[in-house]
Design a protein around this ligand. Structure first.
Ligand SMILES: Nc1nc2c(ncn2[C@@H]2O[C@H](COP(=O)(O)OP(=O)(O)OP(=O)(O)O)[C@@H](O)[C@H]2O)c(=O)[nH]1
Ligand SMILES: [Zn+2]
Length: 189
């Protein structure tokens, strides 16, 4: 069963509609609280997932070289305004001791972390730390680039501006060449 209380969301959405001066009983809005509740259940489903659970299965592959999954699209909700921010995550790691995970698991972890009220910095560091804790690799590097709707459709109104965050762990911290390699691979399309 879902841990998200859809009835409570529906009630709250009705209140918001009233508060902005709308009539929640007009035909076009009758189903809106239900739709919003269903949408929130989906976009906040990551709150009840642990990204580390995706790394439970590992292949005993003897590859201690770079693995990079880049351009993983994600959608998240800014925790300050509850409007979307979205972009791409790039996840790199150097496995150790045969702990090589499935490539799709890296994308699943991004999804689980993004589908919560979030900050871009926290998405970036949570992904990196989950990989460190689960796979104990030589190093991890996560780069996230995103456009924040709270900076484009409202407030400072700067459409097209992008925020880039990175989290660097393990051997990448002391290895400029390895960091540059990841960055240039991310840039090459
Ligand atoms: N660090 C960080 N800040 C974010 C993120 N998403 C939104 N913000 C910022 O959170 C801040 C909230 O600022 P406040 O002054 O409390 O809220 P506000 O009056 O709505 O701010 P404005 O957006 O400047 O109108 C804004 O500067 C947003 O740009 C994020 O992922 N990381
Ligand atoms: Zn915001």
């Amino acid at each position: 069963m879902s841990k998200i209380n859809k009835e409570q969301i529906e009630y709250a959405v009705r209140l918001i509609l009233e508060a902005i001066g709308e009539d929640p009983n007009r035909e076009g809005l009758l189903e809106t609280p239900k739709r919003v509740a269903k949408m929130y259940e989906e976009v906040f489903s990551g709150l009840h997932q642990d990204p580390k659970e995706y790394f439970n299965t590992v292949f005993g592959e003897d590859h201690e070289e770079l693995v990079l999954v880049k351009d993983i699209p994600f959608y998240s909700m800014c925790e300050h305004h509850l409007v979307p921010f979205f972009g791409k995550a790039h996840v790199a790691y150097i496995p150790k001791g045969g702990k090589v995970t499935g490539l799709s698991k890296l994308a699943r972890a991004v999804e689980a972390v993004a589908r919560r009220p979030q900050l871009q910095e926290r998405i970036t560091s949570t992904i990196a730390d989950s990989i460190v804790e689960s796979l104990q690799p030589h190093g991890v590097m996560v780069v996230v680039e995103a456009e924040h709707m709270c900076m484009t459709m409202r407030g400072v109104k700067k459409p097209g501006s992008k925020t880039v965050t990175s989290a660097v762990r393990g051997c990448f911290l002391n290895d400029d060449a390895a960091r540059s390699e990841v960055l240039s691979l991310i840039r090459d399309s």
